[in-house]
Design a binder for this molecule. Structure first.
Ligand SMILES: [Zn+2]
Length: 270
């Protein structure tokens, strides 16, 4: 009898705890956007980014939609020298030491492992000097793919990445937003976003960085040089490339395998 009552009490407590947790979650509907200090906006302007596009939360800046850099990293970035007007672009820093194998570790549910395998096979079937392979331990990882913080969903960020380091290593982290992808049925859309973020990690900028409205809609908007370089890749066409995997905006279910021009760009860099 006592045991039963205890059980009941425990159950009631659990129910109360759950409803309280839900209510708490409901209270926090949107992340708090920090005001970006003027000196940081000035630096963003000087680097050639559009400072109207910047979001800041928890000490992190979100530029170009899906490039996550810390305030400290931004302060170390120097204004770039080139001003490109063409199509398919890379950063100044690329992954060095090729031929080279890049180990990718996925710390997420099975769907994300499967999608990463598709993304990896798309790269590897191009016969590049970079080979990607998925590894099962974080210790040997060059790039770790893990879940993004909850507020990414509210910012509309499908995933984020960064650019290669000055010493020639790929950016080491990709964050994926589970709220967008846990429920999708077309895993190729998830594979496309992972391939897109991998593209940033090895030095690709957005194909339509000169006018994000091409894929994102809204007003024409140049992302600028961004201090990381926007080097034109010879052999790729002028004007935004429809269906490129490096377009700035996409939808969670949208599959964009490499186009003919994407393949030229990949082959040229690696
Ligand atoms: Zn991107």
């Amino acid at each position: 009898m006592i045991k039963f009552k205890l059980k009941q009490t425990a159950l009631l407590a659990a129910v109360l705890a759950i409803s309280f947790a839900c209510q708490e979650q409901n209270d926090v509907v949107t992340p708090e956007l920090q005001d970006v200090p003027k000196e940081i906006l000035d630096q963003i302007d000087a680097l050639g980014f559009n400072s109207n596009e910047v979001k800041m939360h928890d000490g992190m800046l979100f530029i170009e939609g899906d490039i996550a850099i810390s305030v400290e990293e931004l302060k170390q970035m120097q204004p770039g020298k080139d001003l490109a007007v063409e199509e398919h672009y890379s950063t100044d820093n690329l992954v060095s030491g090729s031929p080279r194998t890049i180990n990718v570790y996925v710390n997420m549910p099975q769907k994300y492992l499967d999608a990463t395998d598709i993304a990896i096979s798309r790269y590897n079937s191009e016969g590049l000097n970079l080979t990607f392979q998925r590894v099962t331990s974080s210790g040997s990882a060059d790039i770790t793919i893990t879940a993004s913080p909850w507020y990414y969903y509210w910012f509309g960020i499908l995933g984020s990445a960064g650019f290669p380091t000055a010493s020639g290593d790929p950016h080491n982290q990709i964050l994926m937003t589970r709220a967008y992808y846990d429920g999708v049925s077309n895993i190729n859309g998830l594979a496309t976003t992972i391939a897109h973020e991998m593209g940033h990690c090895i030095g690709f900028r957005h194909t339509d960085y000169m006018d994000r409205s091409y894929s994102c809609g809204g007003a024409a908007d140049d992302e600028g040089d961004g201090g990381v370089g926007d080097n034109y890749i010879p052999g790729t066409p002028t004007g935004p490339d429809a269906n490129s995997w490096m377009l700035a905006c996409g939808s969670p279910e949208g599959d964009r395998p490499f186009t003919a021009n994407d393949k030229i760009a990949l082959d040229y860099l690696y």
